[in-house]
Design a protein around this ligand. Structure first.
Ligand SMILES: C[S@@+](CC[C@H](N)C(=O)[O-])C[C@H]1O[C@@H](n2cnc3c(N)ncnc32)[C@H](O)[C@@H]1O
Length: 263
């Protein structure tokens, strides 16, 4: 299997494993950012055309979009069969909503220039070349179409469980190259108008550090790390994480980045 297909297959397997727990643990905690991304689209006058939701996961964006656009074609795309199976369950009441298994980094040409909106939450930061992907999502928009993307930046918080997780992982594995942070230039350089570029934080609560660690590594973004590194690595990571973490309930305020643009 070529290297890229192998990487995608591993990532898809990680999210398959995570799907049930992700829906239960992270979807309610990430809900304010989903509302933020969707509101930038539902509050606008959209042109005709479908709404695309790359990296839809279990598709929490769907209900808010259907409320406002009950008759419009709304299509979610996700790499993971497990996520898409849950997305199809969630959206089964609405015949205008579909969930498709696929790589959101290389959109099917049939979307090109056709979409009224592209909305994506917490997918972009996982893609190997997010700048290129943002350009391709802009290319999917027709005239007047809107892009609304929420993603985790390199630094989400100075303390809190996300920061501590990055610190303990970085202590064991070399950090990847810092990602270029040029999304605003990418939008304007690609012929779209930038409307919003903001960092937005909401409070998130975890019962304690071990509850967070287990959710994050079994049902969240670090599932892929756990599969790649194995049990011994994860046990020692967990031990260090819990040694450095505060005891009791853990409330933090991570910030995500919102970019809204139109054609
Ligand atoms: C953190 S979840 C976010 C899901 C949903 N948007 C939400 O806010 O709950 C990230 C999703 O991105 C998907 N993903 C990662 N890489 C992808 C790719 N190249 N193409 C499509 N989906 C991808 C994962 O399978 C996972 O379901």
């Amino acid at each position: 299997m070529p290297e890229d297909s192998e990487r995608l297959a591993r990532l898809a397997r990680a999210w398959d494993d995570a799907a049930a727990g992700y829906d239960a643990y992270f979807v309610p905690r990430f809900a304010p950012w989903v509302e933020l991304a969707v509101s930038a689209v539902v509050e606008a006058d959209l042109p005709d055309g479908p709404i695309l939701v790359p990296c839809c996961g279990t598709f929490p964006e769907a209900e808010l979009l259907v409320e406002r656009f009950p008759d419009r074609e709304i299509a979610g795309i996700d790499l993971s069969d497990g996520m898409v199976a849950r997305a199809r369950e969630r959206t089964s009441p609405w015949p205008n909503v579909t969930a498709i298994v696929g790589d959101a980094a290389t959109l099917d040409p049939r979307w090109s220039g056709e979409c009224a909106a592209v909305v994506s939450v917490f997918g972009l930061q996982q893609l190997p070349d997010p700048g290129l992907v943002m350009r391709s999502w802009l290319d999917a928009l027709g005239p007047g179409g809107r892009l609304s993307v929420v993603f985790w930046p390199e630094k989400t918080e100075t303390d809190g469980p996300f920061a501590l997780m990055s610190e303990v992982v970085r202590g064991r594995l070399s950090a990847g190259e810092a990602r270029p942070d040029r999304f605003a230039e990418i939008v304007t350089g690609h012929g779209a108008a930038l409307e919003r570029d903001e960092f937005v934080s909401y409070p998130m609560t975890h019962a304690d550090a071990s509850t967070f660690f287990d959710a994050f590594t079994r049902s969240g973004p670090a599932r892929a790390l756990a599969l790649a590194q194995g049990d011994a690595f994860m046990d020692s990571l967990r031990e260090e994480f819990l040694r450095l973490a505060p005891s009791g309930e853990w409330v933090h305020h991570p910030q995500a980045r919102l970019i809204v643009a139109h054609r």
